[in-house]
Design a protein around this ligand. Structure first.
Ligand SMILES: Nc1ncnc2c1ncn2[C@@H]1O[C@H](COP(=O)(O)OP(=O)(O)O)[C@@H](O)[C@H]1O
Ligand SMILES: C=C(OP(=O)(O)O)C(=O)O
Ligand SMILES: [Mn+2]
Length: 602
């Protein structure tokens, strides 16, 4: 008999739901072809939601009927773990999650290196415009309201929460994963994830810190995530602008996900919780950065938006990995928030990124990759489904990870990563205090295709603290904390452009080869780069080295590196400089004079 759990609402995860994908699967074509056609032909899907409207009405009626018959099940998910006909699987093992994912989630498979390959359906990146914070008295006056944190009325929260819980309760199997966020016991929060897909459960098992078995027995979560991502929000619910909704309620300490199966929403949701609780409760600074530690215990932080190189550059054979994405800086040092890494896999190769390549094995979750049906070899160059192909693995899969992921030392080097598709910012510049604050508050990068829904080509973006989509409080609050910490601990700061050199993306330049970026980092860590001669880079007034071991000197100054003509160079420099100045206007009233003056001069 067919297990009723397979009756999920998404044509991506259920062949019995009529949709483009199920028809293709029935036709017996290879997965790669199905995926290819499917990614092009999404016309059967409602533009705003995961499920075509005509398909979900029938399903919804059924769900409502069930909910009325057995309404007290709502409480089962939220309070009571007892099994009343419903299979709740608390903290399943990795093999058990593999088995369930393979049986109940169409398209899921084991790849040749032993990783679990899963598909997130229509959403293959985060949906920042569908993120909401519940407006309630305990957090209202602290939250930085605006385009990042849009308010959700408590009534709407209740509707969405109940919709998610009802949906989860109609599943024959739901998974409960418990873990910690934060390696420092003093500051960590206990997180519970309740979800319908084994893929999501394994993802969060990898990304949270895995408690010892005995600590799971009496685990009382601080925060609970209800992930009903394969079921949409009701677009007619007030305030819903699409079928996707990602909402956080700081008073209830809950998060509800509807209408997106992209697993990254969960980890970044917890990150927002840490951006809220860190400064408010503990006076610690939450950072969108990776971190690693040298043999002498010197810590480097790599701040940067998605795609700038946090994950890639923090995995360094000469340095112990503390974490690849989310950290806190307390008065005791730096700790990782997560128990795993979430690496981009597009273009991945064993030669260029051996640590990450070797981490893709049994227990790792590959997301939205294409693999050969016969050999199960993954084609990491295939972006058919998305540029944002990913792998989530436990941090101990990186052989030189530092476990516990915490350092009692304060950072010696602060690296602000940017991926400038204009080729205007130098590959490396040394920053003084004021420049560090200017660039941290500005948070410039070129957003590349992939991680966020709808971004298809490089877009100049300014994202304060290199973390705007995740900030809970006003950016200046974090910036001031950073300034104090840098001052107190006397850290060096650098601006490192992992983006285009020689010319911009639109003039046919190319991205700085990874080997040069790594050589720059080696020179920073060995202390050599601090000793070379520097020159001033006009307009931006950045100090750039005249030489760096392992890097062709002509690449170091964009003016000498530029191959597309002096006119276009001047134009691009001015354009980017102007964008910086315009963006900074909104912070001028709160920034000090020296920081305002540290920007470009045109
Ligand atoms: N010079 C470079 N430095 C860092 N990453 C680079 C460079 N050139 C290409 N890349 C690629 O850019 C991507 C950087 O992404 P990632 O490290 O995941 O960023 P983040 O963790 O900040 O989101 C990787 O796919 C990496 O292979
Ligand atoms: C998972 C993410 O992190 P990053 O791209 O910074 O690695 C994200 O931004 O969704
Ligand atoms: Mn990353």
């Amino acid at each position: 008999m067919k297990d009723p759990v397979a009756r999920t609402a998404s044509p991506y995860t259920d062949p019995s739901v009529k949709g483009p994908r199920s028809k293709l699967l029935a036709s017996g074509r290879s997965l790669a072809v199905n995926m290819l056609v499917n990614s092009v032909n999404k016309t059967g899907l409602h533009p705003g939601g995961v499920v075509p409207h005509h398909e979900h009405t029938e399903l919804e009626e059924e769900l409502h009927e069930k909910a009325h018959i057995d309404y007290d099940r709502v409480a089962i998910v939220s309070v009571d773990r007892a099994d009343r006909n419903l299979r709740q699987i608390p903290n399943p093992s990795v093999p058990a999650l593999y088995e369930d994912a393979l049986v109940y989630e169409t398209g899921t498979a084991i790849t040749s290196s032993g990783a679990l390959s899963a598909y997130s359906g229509k959403k293959t990146g985060r949906s920042p415009s569908d993120k909401r914070i519940v407006k309630e008295p305990t957090s209202e006056s602290d939250i930085w309201w605006g385009p990042v944190n849009k308010p959700m009325a408590p009534e709407v929260w209740k509707i969405n929460r109940e919709r998610a819980v009802d949906y989860l309760n109609t599943r024959n199997r739901i998974y409960v994963v418990d873990g910690y966020a934060g390696w420092d016991e003093k500051y960590r929060i206990k997180v519970r994830v309740v979800c319908a897909r084994a893929y999501h459960a394994l993802f969060m098992r990898n990304m949270l810190i895995r408690p010892p078995r005995e600590e799971l027995e009496h685990f009382h979560p601080d925060y609970t995530i209800y992930n009903a991502g394969s079921f949409p929000a009701n677009r007619y619910t007030e305030g819903m602008t699409s079928g996707t909704s990602v909402a956080i309620n700081f008073a209830e300490k809950e998060m509800v996900i509807l209408g997106t199966e992209y697993a990254g929403e969960m980890k970044k949701g917890i990150f927002t919780v840490m951006f809220y609780e860190g400064p408010i409760k503990h006076n610690i600074l939450t950072l969108h950065s990776s971190a690693n530690e040298g043999k002498n215990g010197d810590v480097t932080l790599f701040f940067g938006l998605s795609g700038t190189g946090k994950t890639t550059l923090s995995a360094d054979p000469n340095r112990a990995l503390i974490g690849d994405d989310e950290h806190c800086w307390s008065d005791r040092g730096v700790f990782n928030i997560e128990g795993g890494c979430y690496a981009k896999t597009i273009g991945l190769s064993a030669e260029k990124e051996p640590d990450i390549f070797n981490a893709i094995r049994f227990g790792s979750v590959l997301e939205n990759v294409i693999f050969d049906q016969d050999t199960r070899e993954v084609d990491y160059d295939d972006a058919t489904l998305t540029e944002n192909t990913r792998c989530a693995y436990p941090i101990e899969y990186i052989s030189n990870a530092k476990i516990p992921c915490i350092s009692n030392n304060h950072p010696s080097n602060i690296i602000l990563l940017t991926c400038d598709a204009r080729g205007v910012l130098p590959p490396i510049s040394k920053l003084n205090r004021a420049q560090t604050m200017f660039h941290f508050i500005s948070g410039y990068t070129s957003k590349m295709a992939g991680t966020e829904d709808g971004v298809l080509e490089p877009q100049a973006t300014f994202s304060s603290c290199f973390a705007q989509p995740f900030l809970a409080l006003h950016p200046m609050r974090y910036a001031k904390m950073l300034a104090d910490k840098i001052q107190e601990h006397n850290a060096n700061a650098w601006l490192l452009n992992t983006g285009w050199v020689g010319a911009g993306f639109s003039q046919g330049g190319k991205r700085c080869p990874l080997k040069y970026t790594r050589a720059i980092l080696d020179a920073i860590h060995s202390g050599e780069l601090a000793k070379v001669e520097y020159e001033n880079y006009e307009v931006f007034n950045l100090q750039v080295p005249k030489s760096c071991p392992g890097v062709p000197s002509e690449l170091l100054n964009p003016k000498t590196a530029w191959t597309a003509g002096a006119d276009s160079f001047d134009r691009e420099v001015r354009k980017l400089g102007t964008l910086f100045l315009e963006n900074f206007k909104k912070y001028e009233s709160e920034a000090t004079e020296d920081v305002i003056k540290a920007g470009p001069v045109i």
